[in-house]
Design a protein around this ligand. Structure first.
Ligand code: SF4
Length: 478
């Protein structure tokens, strides 16, 4: 028997030029785990990566059919309005008898709607998929898909599947697709997050806020095997929060860092602000940590409460300072334009970022000053804005939506900063190499302050004039 795992095309669009939030980082390992599970079940396993493909659905379907697989499984990621490409491919694949399935965040959150949108889809593996896939392959009989826990079928009641208790028992994932082109290798040391942020997909995907870990020994085994396959210069722990509270967890994290150091691999990781502690970060840095991603999201306590971040502005400030003192490269997740924000809160955010010296270079500045909340179908945010009659749905984009800001002036500043950010990213090759980084940075910051001021004074037409001015200013910088 043969299974084919397919990555759907994910074309870049204007609106999402720099957005990567259509899947959690852990999704980068999904196909690798699925391939490993399939081989463990005694199946042949193949992988087609159409992530960057611009081929027609007909050509994509022909390539898939040529694999002559007994089961085709799409690792289907939200694709910014291009979902119809996969639907057309699925229709064309119906000339084969192989069951067609999907897995990953998007099919999980959109399950019922997706089964209607793409009626040629036979099943969806919901949430954490490895155990369901293993059972599906072990019991597979051509032409006879039976209900299983974790398997959503169009006309059968869904039975949930318990999460995998011991992550150490997972097979070593294959290294496939775009991952193999990077010198940095993604690896997972845990799953889930004890947080419950209102905009996040992690809890809806796993169905709970439970975090599970694997043993250092199992991670070491995986590392040894995977770095033997290809050139790897560094590691990136894709865990939603690499660190969690408690002494046992502290020891485990230090043990993981020692494994990375023994392998000669510097590493980066993401973690919640409330897990950052100076002694631990110093130890991790000594053992090779070079970067940390902190999802701080806001510099206002009121916003942090609204998004249920369960941290305070003071904790954010302390964590950023610790990371800076440790000399770690800081990457920041920040939702400048939270949907209920006031103009005062935008200013408070700006002052906070300035005080923390996070607006000192243009790449970081642009990212901190333009992001708004992304609303994807099936997410808690979608349900909330729908209930509040604030969801703005475009019928051509069935799986993503915009929303009405509580203060429409905030929406105007957000849209203006979005367009300026796009100008920046479009010219980034020229601007990043520019000797005038300081001018670029000042221009971005001045634009933000000027748009906000104009919005405060109710001079909304002036925002349009300012937009032209700042876009031209960026273009003029050599
Ligand atoms: S801390 Fe990060 S991973 Fe955890 S729930 Fe919040 S956004 Fe999600």
């Amino acid at each position: 028997m043969k299974i084919l795992i397919v990555e759907n095309p994910r074309p870049l669009t204007f609106a999402h030029y720099n957005d990567v939030a259509n899947a959690p980082l852990s999704a980068s390992l999904n196909s690798g785990y699925a391939l490993a599970i399939a081989r463990q079940a005694g199946w042949d396993a193949a992988h087609l990566d159409f992530t960057s493909s611009t081929e027609t659905p007909k050509r994509l379907a022909t390539t898939i059919l040529a694999e002559d697989a007994d089961l085709v499984l799409f690792h289907w990621v939200y694709s910014w309005g291009h979902e119809r490409i996969v639907r057309e491919v699925l229709d064309l694949l119906r000339e084969s008898d192989a069951p067609l399935g999907a897995f990953g965040l998007f099919p999980t959150l959109s399950c019922n709607r997706l089964l209607q949108y793409a009626p040629t889809l036979d099943f969806i593996l919901m949430g954490e998929f490895e155990a369901t896939l293993a059972e599906l392959l072990a019991t597979f009989r051509p032409g006879d898909l039976q209900p299983l826990p974790g398997l959503a079928l169009p006309d059968a009641p869904f039975i949930p599947r318990a999460l995998i208790d011991d992550l150490s028992l997972l097979p070593v994932p294959d290294d496939v697709g775009a991952n193999c082109n990077y010198a940095s290798m993604n690896i997972a040391a845990s799953r889930g997050c004890h947080g419950d942020c209102s905009f996040c997909f992690i809890k809806p995907y796993y169905g709970c806020s439970r975090r599970r870990v694997r043993t250092p020994a199992s991670l070491e085994r995986e590392l040894t095997q995977r770095i033997g396959r290809r050139q790897v210069d560094s590691l990136y722990f894709i865990d939603p929060t690499f660190i969690a509270p408690g002494e046992r967890e502290r020891e485990r994290i230090i043990a993981l860092s020692r494994i990375a150091r023994a392998a000669g691999l510097p590493f980066g990781f993401e973690t919640r602000v409330d897990t950052v502690e100076e002694g631990l970060l110093k130890t991790l840095t000594k053992n090779g940590a070079t970067s940390v991603f902190l999802g701080i999201e806001s510099g206002c306590d009121a916003v942090l409460r609204r998004i249920n971040k369960r941290i305070t502005k003071q904790q954010v400030s302390d964590a950023v300072r610790i990371a800076q003192r440790c000399g770690l490269q800081l990457n920041i997740g920040f939702i400048m334009f939270e949907p209920d924000s006031t103009l005062d809160e935008l200013e408070e955010n700006y002052t906070f970022l300035e005080e923390l010296e996070l607006l000192d270079e243009p790449d970081m500045t642009v990212n901190l000053l333009y992001h708004n909340q992304i609303v994807l179908y099936g997410s808690p945010a979608w349900k909330r804005f729908e209930a509040e009659d604030r969801l703005l749905v475009d019928e051509h984009l069935p799986f993503e939506a915009r929303y009405r800001f509580r203060d429409e002036r905030v929406g105007l500043v957000c849209a203006a900063m979005g367009r300026l950010a796009y100008e920046y990213f479009r010219g980034s090759d020229r601007l990043q190499g520019s000797a005038s980084q300081g001018r670029v940075n000042n221009s971005l910051k001045e634009a933000f302050s000027s748009y906000t001021l104009a919005a405060e004074r109710g001079q909304t037409e002036q925002i349009a004039e300012l937009e032209v001015f700042f876009a031209q200013q960026l273009k003029n910088i050599e």
